[in-house]
Design a protein around this ligand. Structure first.
Ligand SMILES: C[S@@+](CC[C@H](N)C(=O)[O-])C[C@H]1O[C@@H](n2cnc3c(N)ncnc32)[C@H](O)[C@@H]1O
Length: 216
């Protein structure tokens, strides 16, 4: 997926993935996955309310998103007036304990995450085509010497629909994060709650959550 694809989606406001409030699986598994953490990273964050949820739990929050439209809508919707700092590859906007780096995930630098060992991924890995998912996991490993991660994925028959969102199987998660211990926390077929995807021909649509902990 080229950056232009997502920039255009935001311009046209084709953002069916956006949820009005924090994700139920983040609420459910936050205490287990993020106990004792002081800071959390949300890659490919869009304008998610999950940023607010994590901030409300007392964590410093670092987001990353390509689209300026998404980031501006996030701060506006939450009545936050960010201060802005421009660097070579990113525009950083910060308000309270939420910092969002506008730019390409693959350009992020390790020093940004010196005080962060927690990652929350909802609709980030599944937004990427298969060849980019490998680079995504490698980049995470490079950015974080240690981490605890809550990963939410989707599984469906990829022959029944083209992504995004893409189907990411448990086998693929195991292979992508072979440097970590992986626990499947949750798997549920939600096709009956997703009429849009049912109408696109999906016979099943599993939502999954994993707790991924880098090996020591
Ligand atoms: C499916 S949306 C999910 C957004 C958010 N995580 C949520 O749950 O609402 C994927 C987001 O990733 C952003 N994105 C895609 N590729 C990116 C990249 N290389 N670097 C940063 N953001 C990217 C898109 O602009 C889009 O907002």
């Amino acid at each position: 997926m080229e950056p232009r694809f997502w920039i255009d989606k935001w311009k046209k406001q084709e953002t069916g993935f956006h949820l009005a409030s924090a994700h139920p699986l983040l609420r459910k598994y936050f205490p287990k996955v993020f106990a004792n953490q002081t800071s959390v990273f949300l890659p490919l964050c869009g304008k998610t309310q999950d940023l607010i949820f994590c901030s409300d739990q007392g964590l410093a929050v670092i987001g990353n998103e390509l689209s300026e439209v998404a980031i501006e809508q996030f701060f506006l919707a939450n009545q936050l007036a960010p201060k802005t700092e421009v660097s070579q590859n990113f525009i950083l906007r910060e308000a309270n304990n939420i910092a969002i780096y506008q730019g390409d995930f693959f350009e992020l630098e390790k020093r940004t995450f010196e005080n962060t060992q927690a990652i929350y991924d909802r609709a980030a890995l599944v937004a990427l085509p298969v060849e980019m998912r490998k680079s995504y996991a490698e980049k995470m490993k490079q950015l974080f010497p240690q981490a605890t991660m809550l990963l939410i994925t989707l599984e469906y028959n990829q022959r029944e629909m083209s992504g995004p969102p893409f189907s990411v199987t448990q086998d693929e998660v195991n292979s992508l994060f072979d440097f970590a211990n992986i626990e499947l926390l949750y798997k549920q077929n939600i096709i009956d709650k997703e009429p849009k995807f049912k109408a696109r021909g999906l016979s099943f649509f599993n939502e999954c959550a994993y707790h991924i902990q880098w090996k020591q």
